[in-house]
Ligand binder design. Sequence first.
Ligand SMILES: Nc1nc2c(ncn2[C@@H]2O[C@H](COP(=O)(O)OP(=O)(O)OP(=O)(O)O)[C@@H](O)[C@H]2O)c(=O)[nH]1
Length: 461
Amino acid sequence: MVLNDLGKKINDALQKLNKDYNFDESQIKKALKEIQLALLQSDVNVNYVKQLSDNILQKFKMEEGQMINKKKVIQQSVVQELTKMLDSKKQPFQLKRGKPNVIMFVGLQGAGKTTTCAKYANYWKKKGWRTSLICADTFRAGSFNQLYQLAMKIRVPFYGNITETDPVAIAVEGVKILQKQNSEIIIIDTSGRHMQESELFDEMKQIYSAVCPNECIFVMDGSNGQACFNQAQAFKKAVEVGSVILTKLDGHSKGGGALSAVAATESPVIFLGTGEHIDDLESFKAESFVRRLLGLEDFKHMIEAVSEVVDIKSQKQSLKQIQKGQFTLRDLQQNYKSILKMGSLNQFMGMIPGIQNISQGQISEKEQIDRIKKSLIIMDSMSEDELDGITQITQKQLFRISKGSGQPIEKVNQLIEEQKIFTRTLKKVIPSIKDCDSKTKRNPKKADGINSLLQALSGKF
Ligand SMILES: Nc1nc2c(ncn2[C@@H]2O[C@H](COP(=O)(O)OP(=O)(O)OP(=O)(O)O)[C@@H](O)[C@H]2O)c(=O)[nH]1
């Protein structure tokens, strides 16, 4: 069962509860059975599955009398329990600005290390970091060229030495050279071999001791399901694995199992590899992942993602309006411009209910970018008042905008509809935003737009 199916099955079980507002224990037990089955089919450990449903049932029993909206409470419990299951609780390494952060990648053969090194370099480069790549894989002949080509593609400095056979010497020399070039994130790709081969572990330990990386990332093939637990443990014993990237989770059937297995090792999963392309890397946050899996809004993560690429000052005015429940076409225009800077759109679009079909793989990344670019062209043909929502867009204006932008009327209508979806969804969160505003008045330091919105949204859904 692919991850999207898992989310759908859990959701279907929860939706059934919705039909009867006053459902009782037997009905919740029936829904939990369906959830259990869906999780087991996704290879999640049976003990976890049992624990999860026991906790939800217990919560239901304890709070039954006081529940106003039973379905919502159960839904929240499912989110909480799944998050708890996928969250390792250990904080991953935080990169430091202006310093050389040396990051060593390790993993078994074919796990996706080389590809992930380049994705990781690209991810941080897009966020304004100076990243670079070192090929210390002297085992697989093609890895030098593979990483070199990828480095050229994403335009980051590369170090490798095709004539040197000692990976330790390459890693040490590479770090020295790239440090001098003021690289902030120096990524070392190492050889991958089978777990039985002790040389892999010896070589890995030697590189580790020689370069003393700030972080060691274990790259693991997520299609291995629960077997990931043993692999992660073995690598943790050999070197100090700080965090994990699970690859090949592009809707894989064993994704749920791989995620929960790794979380059980208490190594934080920091990214998921979701395809072969350079942008197919999603930062992993347990709660955000679960919310999206269940098709729920993920404003907290959405705003965090936007705030990483948006000039906060220029957003303050827009945020004030959002806090009043207004989300104009101009806000949409600003956000679309920011989204284009962000890299993977699948991730962002998946956070917004109503636009979820885009994240379900029905529309390609390129199509999404084209669509957003077209929306921006349409908005360029609107007047200031139309963008700010001061004048209504009537049929006559629709024709004018369509003609001016060279886009069909349906596209203009679709865009206006999208703006309405944003507004409707934002309105749902207004009470918590207002609540936050009253708190920030007492503490002016907290009055920053994005922060207050984040505080308001955190943990409320
Ligand atoms: N579908 C999918 N394929 C991936 C992903 N990550 C890597 N791959 C593919 O997996 C294959 C192996 O990737 P590499 O990056 O060469 O793996 P490696 O771990 O460096 O391999 P060794 O150096 O031999 O250990 C390639 O075909 C990649 O395109 C992913 O997230 N999704």
